[in-house]
Ligand binder design. Structure first.
Ligand SMILES: Cc1cc2nc3c(=O)[nH]c(=O)nc-3n(C[C@H](O)[C@H](O)[C@H](O)COP(=O)(O)OP(=O)(O)OC[C@H]3O[C@@H](n4cnc5c(N)ncnc54)[C@H](O)[C@@H]3O)c2cc1C
Length: 299
């Protein structure tokens, strides 16, 4: 009950408070902040993927987003960092002009291919699922450094994963973050977790393809670890992924010790507010964080 109350209160919490409790989830406001975070992760044998925060851009803004991502890719190469980039089609204004957005993304993927930098198409709400998968399949025909995301809460995902398995795609599997209707999405937590495990295990036993197991769910991580050892899988087949700031360092360390690969999603940029609020809503300790800050304490 306390947790629900705090989530409801979140829009009332001053930005400065959200900023201080949420800063752990964002590398900072500048590209240099993101590079510093990636360097620290790489020093602990953790891979990264960099995301410039933002979505639903205008076409004019999207040109700057393209230029900024190009510069990030150049910097990853120049500094010899172990990092890819993660991008959202709506950040490239796909909802305004699909053709132009595709051209921008194609230009970026080509530039990144030359630099040896991997590009992941994040998955947004269901209004963009078909578009994002279409972009993925068109780009994958031309380039090898591209991957896509599947959300386990969507009922269509089993069919989508079958097509991606046939194509030998690099897929990140997550539970899904958007508020979707029960016509198209599972709403029950256990159902989503079961679907996640079924999708992950069948993808891991398909002949081709690579799976990024993106979750902080310790139960899922444990099951995939056991399954992968039973099946004799290697880091050529899959990696684990988590979001910057979510407190599962003990699990990351344990999995790396076992020889598995781990990648952390590193968001940065001026658009930190919406992202941080989403992360705070997922945080089980949200009530104590918010309430302590609202009453002047330190979390
Ligand atoms: C690398 C990565 C990339 C992602 N990309 C996408 C994407 O492209 N599209 C999309 O829709 N979603 C994406 N997501 C978000 C994802 O869909 C989930 O919303 C999010 O990961 C929470 O689900 P979970 O699997 O961790 O399971 P949950 O059941 O939500 O959480 C598992 C455990 O982790 C803890 N936890 C989770 N989040 C937090 C937090 N913020 N702070 C503290 N503890 C926390 C909870 O206590 C819980 O016990 C991504 C997630 C990751 C890890």
């Amino acid at each position: 009950m306390f947790g629900k109350l705090a989530v409801w209160m979140l829009p009332l919490v001053p930005r400065s408070v959200v900023r201080s409790v949420a800063s752990r989830y964002v590398a900072g406001e500048t590209a240099a902040d993101a590079m510093d975070t990636v360097r620290t992760l790489n020093a602990k044998a953790i891979r990264a993927t960099i995301d410039i925060l933002g979505e639903d851009s205008s076409s004019q803004e999207a040109d700057k987003v393209l230029a900024d991502y190009m510069a990030i890719a150049d910097e990853i190469k120049k500094q010899g960092l172990n990092s890819g980039i993660s991008i959202k089609p709506s950040h490239f204004a796909a909802h305004e002009d699909e053709g132009q957005a595709f051209d921008r993304i194609r230009q970026l993927v080509k530039h990144c291919e030359d630099l040896g930098v991997f590009v992941r198409l994040d998955m947004e709400s269901s209004r963009l699922t078909d578009l994002t998968q279409d972009f993925y399949f068109r780009l994958a025909k031309e380039f090898g450094n591209i991957g896509v995301v599947i959300q386990a809460y969507l009922k269509r995902s089993e069919q989508d994963m079958k097509k991606l398995a046939e194509a030998g795609a690099n897929v990140r599997l997550c539970k899904g973050i958007y508020n979707e209707s029960s016509d198209i999405a599972y709403k029950n937590k256990d159902e989503i977790t079961d679907n996640y495990l079924n999708l992950a295990k069948s993808y891991l036993t398909s002949d081709k393809g690579f799976l990024a197991v993106a979750t902080h769910d310790r139960g899922i991580i444990g099951q995939i670890d056991r399954f992968a050892r039973e099946k004799g899988l290697t880091t050529e087949d899959f990696e684990f992924q988590s979001l910057l700031g979510v407190p599962i360092d003990d699990v990351i360390e344990a999995m790396i010790k076992k020889g598995w690969a781990w990648r952390v999603y590193v968001p940065f940029g001026e658009e930190w507010y919406g992202y941080s609020v989403r992360r705070l809503k997922e945080n089980p300790k949200i009530a104590s964080y918010v309430i302590k800050h609202m009453f002047g304490g330190k979390a």
